[in-house]
Design a protein around this ligand. Structure first.
Ligand SMILES: [Zn+2]
Length: 448
């Protein structure tokens, strides 16, 4: 193989990871489907929190051989094996097939633990109507989906729906269930979030394990309340293998089954389209090499960028070019925009954050009001390489006019950590504040 440094090397690939659905995992591991393809846990004990020894390649093969010779080794029954005598991995060097199975975020977490179990438990606790009513009652907010009709009306459950529900799930249940149930919900939701990180450290893996331990320590409440009789569920058991799988194979999002389909578009279709469609294999190869060079360079630049931004944390914002309300009086601010006591609060804000500012708010009576503000949040490399933005909306109610119906007021709630603002020096990190842009009462913002 020609390597990146131009040298030609003899390469011996080793089978290290195997992305496949649960029934196929069991077939490949030569075990029954009521067993774990990775460890020798008993079929009735998959709800327990105690880890079990992993299956062993040599021992499994020798048990299978003995069984084939007509003997009845006790391990065959104990480990739930089935009579697949010549698995394809028998002669593969350095391969431990039982450690090859990758976590499956979509089927095990989103569709399995979340939709098939957690949502059903909570629905049974609250009743379908109350559950729906709580989803409907959630406050609408940019970036969060508002389930206007509740969730029993959702006919198509895709990964997107699951993630949108997980965003608001804790809010839906808070106050409706007792504290221990809430702990169970929180621990599983935490587990799902940590498991999706695109990169991990010992700390994040500890947090992942801690969520699972918390779930096991509190799960008995679900039995006490009569929702379930046991937790002997294959997908609940599969959570036990996440930390070790991530340690040995890398973060779980890399094994998402959506990735290979996406890569086919990027690496094959796009490459073919950029060729002149004649003798395209070599053209596609050159195109791929160039894309790789771009990607390598880009990742270096991103790394530099990350080093710089983490050394100088900054917050940037963007507002529309033109304000929706360019000329608003203080009286209108208080009545239409709901900014009660505007001038005294504004004066207090200026005095607190800009003690040396000469601006006298009491001498201003007209303000420019924007209806939205996008704040660029610091990148979180655990979650994504992309920049994150947070959009805050504030629009007063519009009255019905002619045939167009009125629109109710929409004021987002914004929690602003002023301690951090001060720590980073307000002026440097919030350039908007230098220009007299202020955020008032968390929800409404004006500009002098
Ligand atoms: Zn297992």
């Amino acid at each position: 193989m020609v390597c990146a440094d131009g040298f030609i090397r003899r390469v011996h690939p080793i089978l290290a990871a195997y992305v496949v659905d649960f029934p196929e995992q069991c077939l490949v591991a030569c075990c029954k489907e009521n067993r774990c393809p990775q460890c020798v846990v008993h079929r009735n004990e998959r709800g327990a929190s105690t880890p079990c020894p992993l299956r062993d390649v040599k021992e499994t093969l020798s048990t299978l051989d003995e069984h084939q010779r007509g003997k009845k080794p006790p391990e065959f029954e104990e480990e739930g094996l089935r009579a697949v005598y010549n698995p394809f991995w028998r002669d593969l060097p350095y391969t431990n097939i039982f450690a090859c199975f990758t976590p499956d975020l979509l089927h095990q977490l989103h569709q399995g633990v979340f939709k098939d179990h957690l949502v059903k438990w909570c629905e049974a606790l609250l009743g379908e109507d109350e559950f729906d009513a709580r989803f409907k009652a959630m406050h609408a907010h940019a970036g969060l989906r508002h389930f206007k009709k509740g969730i029993s009306a959702v006919s198509q459950w895709t990964g997107t729906e699951h993630k949108e529900m997980q965003h608001v799930f804790m809010g839906v249940l808070a106050g409706a269930v007792n504290a221990q149930v809430l702990t169970v919900v929180k621990s599983l939701i935490d587990f799902i979030y940590y498991a999706q990180f695109q990169s991990h450290t010992t700390r994040t893996l500890d947090a992942l394990q801690y969520s699972l331990d918390t779930f096991h320590a509190n799960k008995s409440i679900i039995v006490t309340l009569g929702i379930r009789e046991h937790f002997n569920i294959p997908k609940i058991h599969s959570l036990q293998h996440y930390v070790s799988a991530i340690r040995s194979l890398g973060s779980a999002d890399g094994y998402n089954t959506e990735a290979p389909e996406r890569l086919h578009i990027d690496f094959a279709k796009k490459a073919y389209r950029s060729s002149n469609k004649r003798d395209y294999t070599s053209q596609m190869t050159v195109w791929l090499q160039r894309q790789e060079a771009f990607a390598l360079r880009q990742s270096y630049l991103d790394w530099l960028d990350h080093k710089l931004t983490s050394a100088f944390p900054s917050v940037t914002y963007s507002i529309p070019k033109a304000a929706l309300f360019p000329d608003v009086t203080v009286a209108q601010l208080e009545t239409i925009h709901g900014a009660i006591n505007f001038l005294p609060v504004f004066a207090h804000f200026i005095q607190k954050f800009f003690p040396r500012c000469s601006l006298d708010p009491s001498r201003h009576d007209r303000f420019v009001v924007y209806k939205q503000l996008s704040i660029q949040l610091a990148r979180n490399h655990f979650i994504s390489d992309k920049a994150r933005t947070c959009c805050i909306h504030a629009t007063p109610a519009t009255l019905a006019r002619g045939r167009s119906p009125g629109v109710p007021a929409h004021f987002d709630t914004a929690l602003i950590n002023t301690e951090n603002l001060l720590a980073y020096k307000v002026r440097d990190s919030f350039p908007c504040l230098n220009q007299g842009f202020i955020i008032h009462q968390g929800t409404k913002f004006q500009r002098t």
